[in-house]
Design a protein around this ligand. Structure first.
Ligand SMILES: Cc1ncc(COP(=O)(O)O)c(C=O)c1O
Length: 464
């Protein structure tokens, strides 16, 4: 796209320059909350109100929220259809908590969810409601496939993120959260290279990188002396989120599906972050037109309230009654809100909208790359985008790409926040600036986001 930085900056008025100073709530939070708290360290805000893509802090300052509850708020904050669905549950005096007993709200939610999944998968699918977080759905999926196959190990991918409970954590690529724990409770995970095109683990990239990656996996699974036991499953994100918005090539995901099907290994798609239209399809695996064996879902599925499920091919339904219990599996408000979100996404074709607006934002970010070589790679799908920040003069890697610059990424994030834009970091050493706005964001609003980002990059680069 042939757009100048000045044009991108001009899309928005000169943004305010907020002082990110301490206020009493933040000070108290720092004193009383655990050392493990995370987001407040990089996003030191005390929020009081939110609507659509905007949040307001206790000082009345307004921010564009491109974190959106880590991708949870598909329709943004307090969308009228979500608020109405929650109100209706209260007005009807529905039981707010039902364990896993059924209700009309739950029944409708399951029909809506199955209606949103590809028919070929939904036709033979079973659903298990899990404890309300994504990580618990991952735990359930692990138990399901281990019981069904009688095998215990799992293949996961470098860079993968599946949650923070001990089983899910053992599937995580990032070592930071795992190392202090020593031996994890769930051992038996083998990591495979993910097709991270910009930093291709084979130093190849492109089609060649995809081909070699698939050949590596196929060989590992078929070589009788490969040292890897037949696993209970392969778990993968079609677009790695926390690793910095890294999409797997469609050909790679199709190849992985073929290899696992041939070897009789269940394929688990973790759509917790990429699901519900975020990448431009209802589910990110649909880009590759594959049918998984198991899908884990959370975040957007509860319309901003906690909810998680695992949906799977019926032949895997071998576990026993109570095999994955949990008290909080019956959140009626979350199911009502989830139904409202699914229907709104379908009625307004938000998948297409996310694809188009995402393309627009990506084009603007790519245009900035011409001026700022520090923006090493702009990537992602739909409204799950990332910009990998690099040190242009550093020693290039095998593919000729400069090294990461986590300090600059962090400075850019802070400069954005000062200008009223909330963005999160991800990727290796937190070097990727991530864009995860609500799917309802409009074209003129992504221009505003790009405008603020451009000014923030300029400020961070000149300060550095
Ligand atoms: C792909 C993916 N899987 C699992 C999880 C874990 O979900 P939760 O944080 O709700 O446990 C996340 C959270 O970011 C995620 O992005």
């Amino acid at each position: 796209m042939n757009i100048a930085v000045a044009d991108i900056e001009a899309a928005t008025d000169e943004p305010p320059l907020y002082q990110l100073d301490e206020n009493p709530l933040l000070a108290r939070q720092a004193r009383q909350e655990s050392n493990a708290r995370s987001y407040p360290r990089r996003i030191p805000l005390a929020l009081k109100r939110a609507r659509g893509i905007h949040v307001e802090d206790v000082e009345g300052r307004v921010f564009i929220d491109c974190l959106a509850g880590a991708g949870t708020l598909a329709l943004g904050h307090n969308h009228p259809v979500v608020v109405e669905a929650i109100r209706q549950v209260l007005a009807d005096e529905l039981p707010l908590h039902t364990l896993d007993l059924t209700t009309p709200v739950k029944d409708r939610f399951v029909q809506d969810l199955f209606g949103a999944l590809p028919a070929e998968f939904a036709r033979r699918a079973k659903i298990q409601f899990c404890g309300p977080t994504g990580t618990d759905a991952v735990e359930a999926a692990l138990k399901l496939v281990r019981t069904a196959t009688g095998r215990s190990t799992v293949l996961a991918f470098q860079g993968g993120y599946h949650g923070m409970s001990q089983g899910a954590l053992s599937l995580m690529g990032n070592l930071k959260a795992k190392t202090p724990l020593g031996a994890l409770l769930a051992q038996g995970v083998q990591f495979l290279p993910f097709p991270y095109d910009y930093r291709c683990p084979f130093g190849l990239g492109g089609e060649q990188g995809v081909e070699v990656g698939l050949r590596y996996i196929a060989n590992l699974l078929s070589d009788p002396e490969g040292g890897v036991q037949p696993p209970a499953a392969v778990i993968v994100e079609a677009v790695q989120g926390e690793a910095g918005a890294i999409p797997a090539a469609d050909a790679w995901l199709r190849g992985l599906r073929e290899i696992t099907a041939r070897a009789g290994i269940p394929l688990i798609l973790d759509e917790i972050q990429s699901g519900f239209a975020r990448t431009g399809r209802m589910f990110a695996f649909e880009h590759a037109q594959i049918v998984p064996d198991v899908v884990v879902l959370s975040k957007a599925i509860g319309g901003s309230l906690p909810l998680s499920v695992v949906v799977y091919r019926d032949e895997l339904d071998k576990w026993q009654p109570g095999a994955h219990a949990g008290t909080f599996r019956g959140n009626q408000m979350a199911m009502a809100a989830g139904s409202a979100v699914i229907r709104h996404i379908q009625e307004h074709d938000l998948a297409r909208h996310a694809e188009q607006v995402g393309e627009h934002l990506r084009g603007l970010l790519q245009a900035l790359q011409r001026t700022y070589p520090q923006l090493g790679d702009v990537r992602g799908r739909g409204l799950m985008l990332g910009v990998e920040i690099v040190e242009p003069d550093g020693e290039p890697d095998a593919l000729g790409h400069p090294p990461l610059d986590p300090a600059l990424a962090s400075a850019i994030q802070r400069e954005c926040l000062k200008r009223g834009l909330i963005l999160e970091l991800g990727g290796r050493h937190g070097s990727v600036v991530r864009f995860l706005p609500p799917l309802i964001i409009r074209h003129e609003e992504v221009e505003q986001v790009a405008g603020i980002f451009a000014r923030a990059v300029s400020a961070a680069v000149s300060a550095g």
